[in-house]
Ligand binder design. Sequence first.
Ligand SMILES: *Cc1c(COP(=O)(O)O)cnc(C)c1O
Length: 368
Amino acid sequence: MTPEFQAHIARLLHHRKAGLGQGDPVVPPIIASATFHLPSVQTGGHIYGRNGNPSWDAVEAQLAILEDAETVSFPSGMAAIAAALFATLKAGDRLIIPSDGYYVTRVLSDGFLKPLGIDVQAIPTTSYATADFTGAAVVYLETPSNPGLDVVDIAAVAARAHKAGAKVIADNTTMTPLLQRPLDLGCDLVVAADTKAPAGHSDVLFGHVAGRDGALVSRVRDWRRMAGAIPGPFEAFLVHRGIETLEVRLDRMCSSAGLIAGRLAAHPGVTGLRYPGLADDPSHWAVGGQMANGGFLIGFELADAGVAESFLSRCPLIEQTTSFGGTHTAGERRARWGDAVPEGFIRLSVGVEPAEPLWAAIAAALPG
Ligand SMILES: *Cc1c(COP(=O)(O)O)cnc(C)c1O
């Protein structure tokens, strides 16, 4: 993080100060009102709970600082992704998506966009570098991809996509805006599941879309108002609280992930280890450039499904869940969902536990 970016991020914790009056709560209140006092429609302020809510305003102000862009919040990462796609596509358009990224994005595209006349083309993350974007309306990328941790050169892909006349949407969930800045690298919209590291406590689903083109972000906001995919005020409150500690949690998670990845790589029972932070990883070239560090996700293989399941159930410091980015270290065998990975492939999301006891528990659960 550059000193300028650190100074920018320090504002996150104080973003409400300038708007506070004597006796106002420092923490944003949960405003659970569907209706707002509205004697006139002329005078601004809140109108109706589907249009806006002060609890969303608080978290959107934080996200706007994080993204350095206008931000629209959603009740889940998928609601944000759907909004970005429906706001940018029309019948006859071609959409390029990763064949190895978050699978629900693919299922949504195939099941709901294709029938509306959108030509959905899924390509591997590693082929974005050379793919022909001619005729594409939207190039949607995810880097590092979940769960394979392959990366694309965001600036290069955005430049080529723009040359072809396409808009570029980046799913930045695996990195967060603290570790990777797709809008600075030329993307038109960023989408993210704040369910993961930003909220960070595995107790809420949330998402957002951010962008610097006012007309495009307005269209995303209109989609939210018309589709009705709106976050709840309590969820917004939880995410606001989570984001206050995002930077310190990521610091621990990423440094522990670096340590654990190196030790896993040296373990005789482990193969196919992927962690962009390791010097010999195929994605390592992006670390120190578009990625601030190697992140908190590790992929690796154990001998087969049985060995992998037994490792996960034996390790007392790994929660067996399907999400990532939370305070608890979490792991799962991705093939159980049909991801195109080997049967014994595990995605490990490193949490905030002290690193040495975490490694000791992992080492003790690994096969002989
Ligand atoms: C989890 C995830 C999503 C979806 O987020 P939800 O909040 O579960 O809807 C989208 N993209 C990526 C990369 C994810 O990991």
